[in-house]
Design a binder for this molecule. Structure first.
Ligand code: AMP
Length: 639
């Protein structure tokens, strides 16, 4: 069957920053020069002396330069501060419907950032110190990140749904001196007592003071030696604070991530390279325009929201929206209500969310006018062809480019995606590497794979300006995790991929979700993709479980959109796997369930499914956004 390829509409092309392929050509001729040219459009206190230096596996962009990301957001914004200061920078939508939306202009935001920056200084925070931020999706989370950056302090945001134990490990790893948290927040109609978890989490860490935002105004424990109300801390502070002239290589933030085999990786990003790539990629891929309202549904605890729901839109003078709650609460159409109400133009979400929308069906969209949308994006997991088509047709009404963006916490910004004004868009494929970035797909011997052959995705020098340059206080992990597979000059992200004849890349999964069935290598994601080709299913998770004869064998959990006998649905899946992959991959068990456990950033928790299936300790469940799903799955496994 001929593969479908889409191109941007004429209308979109007209307003696109990048309209043609010559941009790629210029970048490919000399990537270092190309990035240098991009960096020159930003404001530097001091220009760099060397654009790119490398001492593998170490490298540095814009060496010798001095920059502050907040100067580029505010007083030296590329659009000119006078042009944006009264423009809305941030729209905050609270979860309770009866509460009011808050809108902050660039000037409001700058004043709040400065007041908090001064309050942090007064409370002993100096350049290079780490501030832990354990806040829900409220405006103060953005203000806190920017206030740290303003004074050259490092921020480390910890996902507010993490348990106190998870918080503690992260605060210790980042050596946080101060914590900014809140009394509580709302999630799915419930009031969550965040302060209680924060109190427990800081025990035994180096946190000396805790700034507490009043969000729910509920009863909390108060330690007068450490706790300070955020509002009181900033009340008397001046709303002017000059930006610290930080070096390119100074750390902007630390974001701890999980690595293969449960490793804990406090990844950090630096001021210079991150600022350049966050600015450029938002402009190229999301095509931020003055009049746009950009909404990313990711929680700020994840890199996706750091870059595209804070820094990148602000660097581009755009308006972005943050939402406190769950996008399907109190009703499955809450997200559509938000798009309509705020005339969102660009919507960025995860494949799991898209498949959840599919499950509810296009019917629920009927009462809404989503015509403000002009661009759709996806990130975080493989976006299967069917979900791509549904997103494009039912939400984008065939007029919005769908950009499937590949990147990771380590890369800090988007690395692979089709450009919305250039295209092409090929469902199931993430696209070409962005201009100025060189990738390849290598086999186990380090040879470049021809089109159609699966291998390991890699980044080649000069990589990209926002690629991680280290793991906080753990150089050994930095070398081992990213630079050992193909030597110290090739960055290995840990994903497998295929390219087509035109170089378009399809991500096939994580190298580490590989399962070996009777010696045959398979990835669980390719099986999931096969299942999702069946129109009866909206979600699927495949895990590999030990088998005494075959080594490993797959187990399938699938969510169906139709109410049919479970037996016949199971049969349908088994036949599909046999057809698409072969009988070697036939699952040991297939469970038809109504929901799959997910994180709050909407990633399916496959490891948790495996633990449940194998009756192993499932560990900390505080990160599960839909704990009810676990009960049903356990019952089905026991049956
Ligand atoms: P994280 O650092 O948590 O954002 O996870 C990064 C990983 O998510 C990548 O290494 C990929 O395995 C996966 N990922 C991110 N974006 C995509 C995408 N567009 N398509 C497929 N997988 C993706």
């Amino acid at each position: 069957m001929k593969e479908k390829i889409y191109l941007p509409s004429k209308e979109f092309k007209k307003k696109a920053w990048i309209k043609n392929k010559s941009f790629y050509k210029e970048a490919a001729e000399n990537p270092v020069k190309f990035w240098e040219k991009q960096a020159k459009t930003l404001f530097w206190f001091k220009k760099w002396s060397k654009t790119f230096v490398q001492n593998p596996p170490y490298f540095q962009w814009f060496k010798g330069g001095r920059i502050n990301i907040t100067s580029n957001i505010f007083e030296n914004n590329v659009l000119g501060f006078e042009n944006i200061k009264n423009k809305v920078a941030l729209i905050w939508e609270p979860e309770p419907i009866e509460e009011k939306t808050i809108r902050l202009t660039y000037n409001d935001l700058l004043r709040k950032v400065n007041s908090l920056a001064n309050a942090l200084k007064k409370n002993g925070v100096k350049k290079g110190d780490t501030v832990g931020i354990y806040l829900p999706m409220i405006p103060e989370v953005v203000v806190s990140m920017l206030a740290c950056a303003r004074i050259g302090a490092i921020h480390s945001v910890i996902f507010s749904a993490f348990s106190s134990q998870a918080l503690k490990i992260r605060l210790e790893a980042a050596k946080a001196k101060i914590l900014i948290t809140a009394d509580g927040y709302y999630r799915r109609g419930k009031e969550i007592n965040l302060k209680e978890k924060a109190d427990e989490g800081i025990k035994g860490t180096g946190v000396e003071k805790v700034l507490v935002v009043k969000r729910t105004d509920s009863q909390i424990n108060w330690n007068s030696e450490k706790d300070i109300w955020y509002e009181e801390a900033i009340r008397e502070e001046k709303d002017f604070c000059p930006a610290e002239e930080t070096k390119s290589e100074d750390i902007l933030f630390i974001l701890p991530e999980s690595g293969t085999d449960g490793q804990f990786l406090p990844i950090y990003h630096t001021m210079g390279g991150y600022t350049v790539q966050a600015y450029c990629t938002g402009k190229w891929v999301f095509n931020y325009r003055l009049e746009d309202v950009f909404w990313s549904t990711a929680d700020i605890g994840w890199v996706s929201a750091h870059t595209y729901n804070c820094y990148s839109p602000l660097l581009n003078g755009a308006t972005f929206l943050i939402f406190e709650g769950a996008i399907d609460w109190p009703d499955p159409d809450r997200w559509a209500q938000i798009i309509q109400e705020h005339a969102v133009t660009s919507f960025y979400t995860a494949p799991t969310a898209i498949r959840m929308f599919m499950k509810h069906g296009a019917e629920i969209l009927k009462p809404y006018n989503l015509s403000s949308l002009n661009l759709l994006g996806s990130v975080g997991e493989v976006l299967n062809e069917e979900a791509w088509q549904w997103y494009y047709k039912e939400i984008g009404k065939e007029k919005c480019p769908v950009v499937d963006t590949w990147w990771q916490t380590e890369t800090g910004s988007i690395v692979i995606s089709s450009l919305p004004g250039v295209g092409p868009f090929k469902p199931g494929f993430v696209g070409l590497p962005l201009p100025g970035i060189k990738t390849d797909i290598l086999d186990e011997d380090g040879k470049s794979c021809p089109a159609g052959k699966k291998g390991n995705l890699v980044l080649l020098p000069p990589f990209c300006p926002s690629l991680l340059t280290g793991i906080y206080n753990d150089d050994k992990k930095y070398r081992e995790v990213y630079w050992s597979k193909y030597g110290s000059k090739i960055y290995c992200p840990g994903d497998t991929a295929i390219k087509d004849k035109k170089g378009m890349i399809k991500i096939t999964g994580r190298a580490d979700d590989m399962i070996k069935i009777a010696g045959h290598r398979l990835t669980t994601s390719e099986m999931e993709r096969a299942i999702l080709k069946l129109s009866d299913f909206v979600e699927a998770a495949v895990i590999g479980v030990p088998d005494s004869i075959k080594g490993e064998i797959p187990v399938v959990f699938a969510v169906s959109r139709i109410s049919e006998e479970e037996n016949s649905l199971e049969k349908e899946i088994a036949e599909q796997i046999k057809k698409e992959i072969g009988s070697i991959a036939l699952p040991k068990k297939i469970f038809i369930v109504s929901d799959l456990p997910k994180t709050r950033s909407n990633k399916i928790m496959r490891l948790l499914l495996k633990n449940i299936f194998l009756n192993e300790d499932a560990g900390d469940l505080s990160n599960v956004s839909n704990p009810d799903s676990i009960k049903e799955i356990k019952e089905k496994i026991i049956q």
